[in-house]
Write a protein that binds this ligand. Structure first.
Ligand code: 7TS
Length: 392
């Protein structure tokens, strides 16, 4: 049996999304900016797709949603542009990011720090959560931007974005949120939450890879990072990824329709999986369930190297993760486990299971059997686990 439990890394393209995209490769392949029928036949599908994206975010038509190549580009755009327009000009000198942002935020923050910007890396607590009041403690009159993700990709922890956005608005500081892991997991309402910028990526909600977006609140539009043509209202140049945009629109619509299913049925499946995993001795889950996205579990099995566990799971047809796939080429411990201050031997044992609306009960039942077997085998050959047991 094959079981895919790495949906925070990427998701299967929903077959309905795929069939909507198909005509835009070999039939309707015109460049939307050209002046002929090949172009104009793409206009309505593009418009419909953009309407679905605005609806999914509950964004006002006055705000800008700009299509990008994905979250990495959107995150780079916000931080680098803030550097150019606010830091380099001397108007401000400081930004705040959480210490558990995705590398596309953290590495960009480090880059602009190397150019002279002061950066505060906001800590998380032992539960992997952020408390809104800690953000205000770090804001100074020279703070240009606060950037905090809506939900964390490793733990699924949901951060109090409504409160943080509110307090940034009160203090006159721009606020950006990376909502990559939030879309399709719980409702996003940009008419009621005053974020200035919001990042998303289609392949995390059953759309295609290489396409995502940046929401920018009216009056807070950033200057373009990619210069060239006049696409996307002059905000981002480059020939439009027509199939990608059509796919992202459909994926957003389906994700909104499936929210109840995700928040109840998938959560129930996740919870039953977690309950079974927690019957295994010496296991620890980070972040209370009520504060997590409905699909994610980050669990440590004391005495077992995460990579060894992945190997056993992979051999049995199960795909999971030990941390961000972006870091899977280096044997690093899980960054969130380090940030919550987990003991070194636990930080290396974390495994992330992330479900999707395509995950079935049969798959979870199979995964439970495989994980239990793997834990028994690996603890049997683990010198560190044997040592812990002798000493306790
Ligand atoms: N932001 C968050 C919160 C993410 O989880 C990811 C990908 C990105 C940005 C980057 O998205 P991209 O579409 O530009 O690649 N996260 C992961 C992960 O958790 N495992 O693999 C990729």
């Amino acid at each position: 049996m094959k079981v895919y439990l790495d949906n925070n890394a990427t998701t299967i393209v929903d077959p309905h999304v795929f069939s909507e995209m198909e005509p835009f490769f070999v039939q309707k392949y015109g460049n939307p900016n050209s002046l002929h029928a090949y172009a104009s036949e793409t206009h309505r599908p593009l418009k419909t797709a953009m309407e679905k994206i605005y609806a999914g975010l509950n964004a006002s038509r006055e705000d800008s949603v700009v299509v990008t190549s994905g979250a990495t580009e959107s995150n780079n755009w916000v931080l680098q542009r803030i550097y150019f327009d606010y830091i380099l000009t001397g108007r401000k000198n400081h930004i705040i990011v959480s210490e558990v942002e995705h590398p596309s935020v953290l590495a960009t923050a480090k880059f602009i720090e190397s150019l002279g910007c002061k950066v505060t890396y906001l800590p998380i607590n032992q539960d992997g959560l952020i408390e809104a009041h800690t953000v205000s403690a770090f804001i100074t009159p020279k703070t240009a931007l606060v950037s905090i993700m809506w939900a964390n990709n490793e733990t699924g922890a949901i951060f109090p974005i409504e409160e943080i956005a509110q307090l940034c608005q009160e203090k006159g500081v721009l606020f950006h949120t990376d909502a990559v892991q939030a879309i399709g997991k719980f409702p996003i309402d940009l008419k009621s939450v005053p974020v200035d910028y919001l990042t998303f990526s289609a392949h995390k909600f059953h759309g295609p890879k290489g396409v995502g977006g940046l929401f920018m609140r009216k009056g807070k539009e950033l200057q373009p990072m990619l210069h060239g043509g006049s696409q996307m209202g002059g905000l981002r140049s480059g020939t439009l990824n027509v199939a990608g945009i059509v796919g992202m629109g459909k994926a957003m619509e389906l994700a909104s329709d499936a929210l109840d299913f995700e928040m109840h049925d998938i959560k129930e499946l996740r919870d039953s999986f977690e309950d079974e995993l927690l019957t295994i001795k010496d296991t620890f889950v980070v972040t209370p369930r009520a504060k997590r996205t409905p699909n994610t579990i980050l669990i440590s099995f004391r005495g077992i190297e995460g990579e060894a566990m992945l190997w056993d799971l992979n051999k049995a047809g199960i795909g999971a993760s030990t941390g961000s796939a972006c870091a899977s080429e280096s044997l690093e411990s899980n960054p969130v486990m380090e940030a919550i201050g987990a003991e070194a031997d636990l930080a290396h044992t974390a495994i992330r299971f992330s479900l999707s609306r395509f995950t079935t009960k049969e798959e979870i039942d199979y995964a439970i059997v495989v994980v239990k077997k793997a834990v028994e085998r690996l603890r049997g050959i683990s010198s560190s686990y044997a040592y812990t047991n002798v000493c306790s």
